[in-house]
Design a binder for this molecule. Structure first.
Ligand SMILES: O=c1ccn([C@H]2C[C@H](O)[C@@H](COP(=O)(O)O)O2)c(=O)[nH]1
Ligand SMILES: [Zn+2]
Length: 168
């Protein structure tokens, strides 16, 4: 029996494929949100997912302490946040390829000015973000300005589904 005959012999149930799959963009934003769940910051958990033009994830990051920094000595007080490596920076430096030129970054929070600088210098061409809840603060307004001047596109991403559930 060749492959055509074999397929013809399958019942409708056996050939029916799932249509309700997660879209690429929902998937990338969900990966960023999942990465954020690794953050130990009690106030703000940020995740980032970098994707190339072939829809391949080339890096993931979240906000956390620098390598080797003693976890148990850190208070996560406002003044201590200066020590934290931001999600976008972690994703860019931890990439699994030589560069991120032309890639898109998915983040659950609009990037700050420091991350905007790194995003611009790295060659990332577009930022998708979920929330801009902090954009009344100068450093986020500066980031927006920098993206405009550097011609980096940014877009508030509206997921096509309300929730994505993972049940172990
Ligand atoms: O672009 C950003 C902005 C912030 N974060 C992380 C860093 C901290 O853990 C919290 C809060 O940052 P604030 O500077 O106090 O707003 O969010 C990030 O990862 N990326
Ligand atoms: Zn930042």
């Amino acid at each position: 029996m060749d492959i055509t005959e074999a397929t013809a012999n399958l019942s409708l149930n056996e050939t029916r494929r799932r249509e309700d799959v997660i879209s690429w963009q929902d998937y990338f934003m969900a990966v960023a949100c999942l990465a954020a769940q690794r953050s130990k910051d009690p106030d703000t958990q940020v995740g980032a997912c970098i994707v190339n033009k072939d829809n391949r994830i080339i890096s993931i990051g979240y906000n956390g302490l620098p390598n080797g920094y003693p976890d148990d000595e850190f208070t996560w007080a406002k003044k201590d946040k200066l020590y934290v490596c931001h999600a976008e920076m972690n994703a860019i430096v931890n990439k699994n390829c030589t560069d991120v030129k032309g890639c898109h970054i998915y983040v659950n929070l609009f990037p700050c000015n420091e991350c905007a600088k790194i995003i611009i210098q790295s060659g990332i061409s577009k930022v998708y973000y979920l929330s801009d809840e902090k954009n009344d603060k100068p450093k986020y307004q500066v980031a927006e300005k920098m993206f405009e001047v550097a011609n980096i596109k940014f877009e508030k991403y509206v997921p096509t589904r309300r929730r994505i559930e993972i049940i172990f």
